[in-house]
Design a protein around this ligand. Structure first.
Ligand code: PHE
Ligand code: ZN
Length: 849
């Protein structure tokens, strides 16, 4: 039996809700199987809305009773909500419903995690708590009373009063229901305080399970740094008496910006040197900042509807990226962001899931919390800032906050403040929000009589539902270098608006070498036939740190492609150039560590596909192995010195300087292990006193092969720590040789601690399987099969996480006919599952195309 086709929602159909909500009072009587939620809501007709029937969202609720102005009513209840006849004027709606948080495995609405109650309401989870107009343009003031026999009872806003077994909260800032939160449990807090620049005292708390208090200090520092940064950089102050953060173990995403009560996946807030890697620390710092910054970009100014998601997410990602650039190394942060964009957003934008930064339709909004909305959304804001300049950006943002504070706004509102602040017409720029796909920019050049000309031709390939694309505004940062390595034309931003456009530079003494798209000023793919010599020249001389790295990346990529397609050996000139750079002690160790990286196997597969080759995952993997072996042997003399530079003598600090050194050390260890059979890695593993060193050593031990002893020791040491055990599960699948990946993942699913209902644990194994390119794409289809078996299993419990993980198949059309057939068969098997969720159903249908 197939259910009726799910409904598609369109941006063009937006209609305001027929009523306004002035205030909401909620009472929760907590019980695992039978929580009662009593709501009192004041509705008044919305003068700006067309006449409509009164409909409140509600899912999986047991309606006990409902009254209007005190008189009992019997609404018509459907699986999506209820309809009811209501008075013409204002009225008071009261309802009592029953829900079962303990049975809520989807982790949306009110659910239980390790014995505590918590909520997740974005995007449409509030409707699983009570009947309500669950849409972001309905903003209201919430008062909450919680009754439950638990020591800690939290909700949004300020604490009003509390006693034995109850607590009352009031949030003075009108908000949409998706920002509602409630937490109740046996928690302990890690307290601190912050004084805002106008002198207001704010209490800060990080609430955790007893035993995790020792992992809060770093997150707390990050919070205070973020609060200060938002005051300095954006003039934004915090606006409540208290800011609470709670760590929960079961969470579908990273974290959630509920007003005054952020809820975090424990992996995104808990940290200690013994249990967290440098990468974890950096990520935690960025996520704390991100959620905090949402207080202004998301909460004070929210979204009119879910099509405007990038309004809050693109901007907040942009802000957290600025923050990281400020508190750490800006060039390293930029390279990391672009590497992420290319690894996650480009495949999405270049495959069947491609959608505009502001989508125009969806079936399930949960499926649009994507790299495109978040990361490309942030890039679009970066381009806007580049185009208007820093000062105008600041003016426009101030205008945005002034004009739209308290609003549920749109991308049109956002662009209008820039138009008003700068006098610019952003009609064409807006295409970045409406056109999907990664633009490709072909660059050609001309040189005659001291004049150098660069010609750009832009073209965006068709994407699902969008055959024809119009030219976009592309801010292209360009610098020119003299053949002797000096910069003759410093960075200048060329504004490309036409399909084809030429820019000239006069009065040059000799033909320059161009450095194009500096700092990755636009999220495009450059198609430019440049020589190896020119790339090697830029690797040696470019003053733009991003493009210097980019030169190395392209040399590495072309070398690997030649190794795969032409049986060539690694590019010697590149390796020499890279070696010179690695020997340059003036360069930041973190930067040198990034220079040692090579393109991912998935990226190589994409490039081969674009060039008309059928990517062979085994051949790609083999080429990377050969290259690493060649590097190791060639640099045998260089490595010990680099290892010394990558060693930290001071007590552990998770800062940019130390983590850069350790990153260099890890890159070196990955090569050394190819020479000594893992000896150095085993020594490092034995002596490591922090997780960064312990894990980078374990990765090499696994890669080399004899890992049973180390894995057992690690498990013994960390069995009690869920977050560390996630690493143990994930690394075994991630670092294993391709032929062992599937058997290993399969064996791990039978491990007693494979708690697959926990999204972190599920992702640790299944995410690592999907990310291990050659392992996942085994020719026998075993990788596809194993993942699908588990997606089928998880879909009944947790549609959101299942749906996200189907994107492992989004690149299926790159591969050979046999693999395509195998992947199609698995996708169809998933599609045929009885009671497939709307989330997963939409994803599979889009991927199949
Ligand atoms: N809004 C959250 C963020 O980006 C992400 C999120 C979305 C969390 C949906 C949970 C559910 O910060
Ligand atoms: Zn966000």
């Amino acid at each position: 039996m197939k259910d009726a086709a799910p409904e598609t929602i369109y941006l063009k159909d937006y209609t305001p809700f027929g009523w306004q909500v002035s205030d909401v009072h909620l009472t929760f009587r907590l019980a695992p199987k039978s929580t009662r939620v009593i709501s009192k809501i004041h509705f008044a007709p919305n003068p700006e809305a067309p006449a409509q029937e009164f409909f409140l969202h509600g899912e999986d609720l047991k309606l006990i009773r409902a009254t209007i102005d005190g008189v009992e009513v019997t609404p018509e209840v459907t699986p999506e909500g209820l309809r009811c006849a209501v008075p013409d004027g204002p009225f008071l709606w009261e309802a009592e419903v029953e829900i079962a948080p303990e049975d809520n495995t989807a982790l949306e609405g009110l659910y239980m995690s390790s014995g505590m109650y918590c909520t997740q309401c974005e995007a449409e989870g509030f409707r699983k708590i009570t009947y309500y107009p669950d849409r972001p343009d309905v903003m209201s003031v919430f008062s909450v009373r919680i009754e439950g026999d638990l020591p800690v009872l939290l909700s949004n806003g300020n604490s009003v009063d509390r006693g034995e077994g109850w607590a009352e909260w009031h949030d003075p800032w009108p908000k949409p229901a998706y920002l509602f939160a409630l937490v109740a449990g046996d928690l302990v807090n890690f307290p601190d305080r912050f004084t805002t620049r106008s002198g207001k005292e704010v209490k800060l708390n990080i609430w955790v399970r007893p035993g995790d208090e020792g992992k809060c200090a770093f997150g707390m520092e990050a919070l205070k740094t973020s609060m200060k940064w938002d005051e300095d950089a954006y003039g934004r102050e915090y606006d409540l008496d208290v800011f609470n953060i709670v760590a929960v173990d079961d969470f579908n995403m990273g974290a959630m910006e509920n007003k005054g009560l952020n809820i975090f996946n424990s992996s995104c807030v808990l940290a200690s040197p013994e249990t967290s890697t440098d990468g974890n620390f950096e990520r935690i710092e960025a996520i704390i900042a991100h959620e905090y910054f949402h207080n202004w970009t998301g909460n004070r100014i929210t979204c009119r509807d879910w099509f405007q998601l990038c309004l809050k997410e693109g901007l907040t990602v942009f802000r957290d990226q600025q923050f990281t650039a400020d508190v750490r190394s800006a060039p390293v942060a930029r390279i990391e962001n672009v590497a992420q964009l290319r690894a996650r957003q480009f495949p999405e934008d270049q495959g069947p899931l491609s959608h505009p930064v502001r989508p125009e339709s969806f079936q399930e909004i949960n499926n649009f919390y994507t790299a495109t909305v978040y990361e490309k959304g942030a890039e679009v804001i970066g381009m806007l800032k580049t185009l208007v300049g820093d000062e105008a950006y600041a003016t426009a943002l101030n205008l945005y906050f002034d004009r739209h504070d308290g609003d549920a706004a749109t991308i049109e509102d956002w662009l209008k403040v820039f138009e008003d602040a700068t006098g610019r017409d952003l009609t064409q720029f807006k295409r970045w929000y409406s056109q999907a796909g990664t633009p490709r920019v072909e660059v050609t050049e001309d040189w005659a009589d001291g004049t150098y000309a660069l010609t750009f031709k832009q073209h965006t390939p068709p994407t699902p539902g969008q055959e024809v694309k119009e030219p976009q505004v592309i801010p292209m940062a360009v610098g020119l270098l003299n053949p002797n390595g000096d910069e003759v034309v410093p960075t200048r931003v060329l504004e490309i608006t036409e399909a084809e456009q030429t820019f000239t530079f006069d009065g040059l003494a000799s033909r320059p070498v161009p450095s194009i798209n500096r700092g990755f000023s636009a999220p495009v793919v450059l198609d430019r036939a440049s020589s190896r010599e020119e790339r090697a020249f830029l690797l040696a001389h470019d003053t733009d740190p991003f493009n210097r790295w980019e030169a190395s990346r392209l040399l590495a990529r072309e070398s690997l492609i030649a190794m795969i397609c032409e049986d060539a050996g690694p590019d010697e000139a590149w390796l020499d150039g890279l070696e010179r750079l690695l020997r340059d002690r003036d360069l930041d160790p973190a930067y040198r560590a990034m220079m040692m990286g090579t393109p991912t196997e998935s990226e190589l597969a994409q490039v081969l596909f674009e060039r008309g080759h059928t990517p062979d995952p085994d051949a790609i993997h083999a080429a990377k192995e050969v290259l690493a072996q060649v590097k190791a042997e060639r640099w045998a003399d260089l490595l010990p010195g680099l290892a010394a530079e990558g060693t930290v003598d001071a007590p552990f600090a998770p800062d940019a300087e130390q983590s850069g050194k350790r990153a260099l050390g890890a890159a070196v260890l990955a090569l050394t292990s190819r020479l000594d059979g893992g000896k150095a890695a085993r020594a490092q593993f034995a002596s490591a006193d922090n997780m960064t060193l312990q894990l980078s050593a374990l990765a090499q031990i696994i890669r080399v092969g004899e890992d049973a002893e180390a894995l057992a020791a690690f498990e013994d040491q960390w069995r009690h720590d869920r977050l560390v055990m996630d690493k143990w599960f994930g690394l075994q699948v991630g670092a294993t040789a391709p032929e062992n990946v599937v058997p290993r993942a399969e064996a791990l699913t039978r491990h007693a601690d494979f708690d697959w209902k926990n999204p972190n644990r599920f992702r640790a194994v299944m995410g690592a399987l999907a990310m291990n390119h050659a392992g996942f794409h085994r020719k026998d289809g075993s990788g596809y099969r194993l993942l699908t078996d588990w997606l089928i299993k998880l879909d009944d419990l947790n549609p959101q996480t299942t749906a996200r993980m189907t994107s492992a198949f989004q690149t299926w059309k790159r591969y050979d006919a046999e693999r395509q057939a195998l992947m199609r068969a698995e996708l169809e098997r998933l599609q045929a599952k009885p009671k497939l969720s709307r989330d997963t159903g939409e994803m599979v249908a889009r991927i199949l195309g």
